[in-house]
Design a protein around this ligand. Structure first.
Ligand SMILES: Cc1ncc(COP(=O)(O)O)c(C=O)c1O
Length: 353
């Protein structure tokens, strides 16, 4: 039995956004930097730059997306993890000559940022800031020119491929395989757009299988090419053709709406929305996470988990990261949804608690 429209899942396309928008696309912090195929590949550019300066070790937060380990391994760097507390604040050690990655989770500036930036300026490590979740948030990344920043816009909209980092490097033309992948990603998002359009329900199983498999193939390609740079023009055109101002406004409005509707009945890990934050999602944590997530899925509301920790992170050593991983889920509040959708999500959550 169908229970309302599907909420969550990969970003679909109804058409291909075209034409450069007038808007100031998004923050590239006043530097030209390098566009790449993914966040992983953008990190790889920074790491290669640091390897050239003698760095051989990367210090990472224990609460992270496992895909960022791929370029580190591919480039033969050693790595270690540091503690992230229950408020998502980072607690790295100051390891001489290392690169320290700082993640700004879910759109909010990491609480430890000022201290870690200060330590990086006066200490002996290189700070790399991952602004993937915060690339539409308005706060200044750093006044320090030497800052290393990377991100991908792929988590905030129907971006087929794309990543960016603040290090300039020479980029060749995209490989034929990359060109093929970008079209595969675009085609699968267009098919998902048709799948979500009620007029095409008769063939929905085939359509769903098609786009799910195609999007999986694109992710697998990125996993196997974590140092691939060279972004096809069509991907860049889509990135600059999306209306990011509107996306930012809708996400903020939906977050606020859901927060009010839930009225403290679930524990939001980030409880206030500062003026300058554009959220990735509405992140809650609870002991019965998997049960509530399954119940929401039965109502066709799909909530991702950020993140299942990679095997490399020992949960005994990092119990706070393990707890976040086991109890958090991210409720969609993105630009595809409106107040009615937030009302439906809140009603289902309240009825299933
Ligand atoms: C915070 C963060 N940084 C980086 C990445 C890697 O981005 P990509 O999938 O484009 O390689 C992810 C992936 O989910 C992420 O969540």
């Amino acid at each position: 039995m169908l229970k309302g429209k599907i909420i969550g899942g990969d970003f679909e396309l109804e058409s291909i956004p075209s034409g450069l928008s007038e808007q100031d696309v998004f923050q590239t912090y006043g530097v030209s930097g390098t566009w790449t195929t993914s966040g992983r590949a953008a990190l790889a550019v920074i790491l290669q730059h640091l390897i050239n300066h003698g760095v051989d070790h990367v210090h990472l937060p224990a609460y992270l997306c496992g895909s960022i380990l791929l370029p580190i391994k591919e480039l033969g760097l050693t790595y270690s993890f540091y503690r992230v507390d229950h408020e998502l604040a980072a607690h790295p050690e100051s390891i001489e000559g290392s690169a320290v990655i700082l993640i700004h989770y879910f759109g909010w500036l990491n609480k430890s940022t000022a201290r870690i930036r200060e330590e990086a300026v006066h200490g002996s490590f290189h700070l790399i800031e991952d602004t993937t979740h915060a690339f539409l948030s308005d706060w200044q990344i750093s006044s320090a020119k030497s800052n290393l920043v990377f991100m991908t816009p792929r988590k905030f909209g129907p971006v087929p491929l794309g990543g960016w980092c603040s290090v300039d490097t020479a980029v060749g033309v995209p490989s034929q395989e990359t060109e093929a992948m970008v079209w595969r990603s675009i085609a699968s998002r267009l098919v998902r757009g048709l799948f979500l359009d009620k007029r095409f329900v008769s063939s929905d199983v085939d359509m769903e299988t098609f786009y799910l498999q195609a999007l999986r193939a694109v992710e697998s390609f990125l996993d196997h090419h974590p140092t691939d740079i060279g972004l096809p023009q069509i991907a860049f055109d889509i990135i600059v053709g999306l209306n990011w101002d509107d996306i930012a406004k809708r996400r903020r409005a939906n977050w606020r709406c859901l927060h009010d509707l839930l009225d403290g009945q679930v524990n939001a890990i980030l409880k206030t929305l500062p003026e300058d934050v554009v959220p990735l999602g509405y992140v809650i944590n609870l002991q019965g996470r998997d049960r509530l997530r399954a119940r929401l899925a039965s109502h066709r509301i799909f909530c991702p988990v950020h993140w299942t920790l990679p095997n490399e992170v020992d949960p005994q050593m990092f119990p706070e990261a393990a707890l976040l991983s086991n109890t958090c889920m991210t409720i969609p509040i993105d630009q595809r949804y409106d107040t009615d959708d937030m009302v439906r999500i809140a009603e289902v959550i309240k009825s299933e608690l």
